[in-house]
Ligand binder design. Structure first.
Ligand SMILES: C[S@@+](CC[C@H](N)C(=O)[O-])C[C@H]1O[C@@H](n2cnc3c(N)ncnc32)[C@H](O)[C@@H]1O
Length: 220
């Protein structure tokens, strides 16, 4: 199997990945990630960071920071800690911080978002962009984000969520093979992150174009 099809297999199975599969997949993605995924996801990233910049509190945790595409967009007053499972993705983020002299990025650490080891309430805001459908266990991801954010702080996630009905349901099914190859997981359901009535406490904002990605925001 060649590298591209192995990557598609790792990322696009539609099932959650275990941590080793995530590391393997993003070891391969790291060199081309910005080119392949940077453009299509840019609006979602900008929208989420603009929201972070408007929120009170300086201590920001970016979960699954990847190659650091969002890092240049944070306000200078925000103090950013970025974490990621993939050392190769993080190496790109580290290079970006140095090249762009992003002094407000305090740390970039190889850590598992589901079990970070940070102190409870250590951050004012936690944000995860295009990560929830990639982590091995989205429920653990959200629980850990809640734990490390102070009471009253904010949690933001940008992701693709499967449409539940209407025209997008049909479009997504038609696009499924291509989207799976990019790791969008068109079948990633809102319930996988917010089961039962948990979604009642979440504000969902569709991001143009097409509302393919959604910003989900909740207060701790
Ligand atoms: C689709 S990329 C998104 C990267 C970045 N947030 C962006 O907007 O471009 C998903 C990232 O999540 C990371 N990731 C997946 N599971 C993780 C976990 N359990 N802990 C930390 N990072 C994880 C991957 O290594 C990858 O860098």
């Amino acid at each position: 199997m060649n590298q591209a099809s192995q990557t598609r297999r790792d990322i696009g199975a539609g099932n959650q990945l275990d941590a080793d599969a995530v590391r393997r997949a993003y070891r391969r993605w790291a060199g081309v990630y910005d080119l392949v995924f940077g453009g299509i996801s840019a609006l979602g990233r900008q929208r989420a960071v603009a929201e972070v910049n408007r929120l009170p509190g300086a201590r920001v945790l970016e979960v699954g920071v990847g190659t650091g595409l969002a890092l240049p967009h944070y306000g200078a007053e925000k103090r950013i800690t970025g974490i990621d499972l993939s050392a190769e993705m993080l190496a790109r983020a580290t290079a970006r911080v140095a090249a762009e002299r992003l002094d407000n990025v305090e740390a970039l650490l190889v850590l598992d978002a589901e079990d970070t080891g940070f102190a409870a309430g250590q951050f004012d805001i936690a944000v995860a962009m295009f990560v929830a459908s990639v982590v091995p266990n989205p429920i653990l991801l959200l629980a850990e984000m809640r734990r490390v954010v102070r009471p009253g702080g904010h949690i933001l996630l940008v992701n693709h969520f499967a449409a539940e009905n209407g025209p997008r349901w049909w479009v997504e099914r038609a696009l499924a093979p291509a989207s799976r190859a990019l790791g969008w997981h068109p079948d990633f359901a809102v319930e996988a992150l917010f089961p039962g009535n948990e979604r009642a406490a979440v504000t969902f904002v569709p991001i143009p174009p097409l509302g393919l990605f959604t910003l989900a925001r909740l207060q701790n």
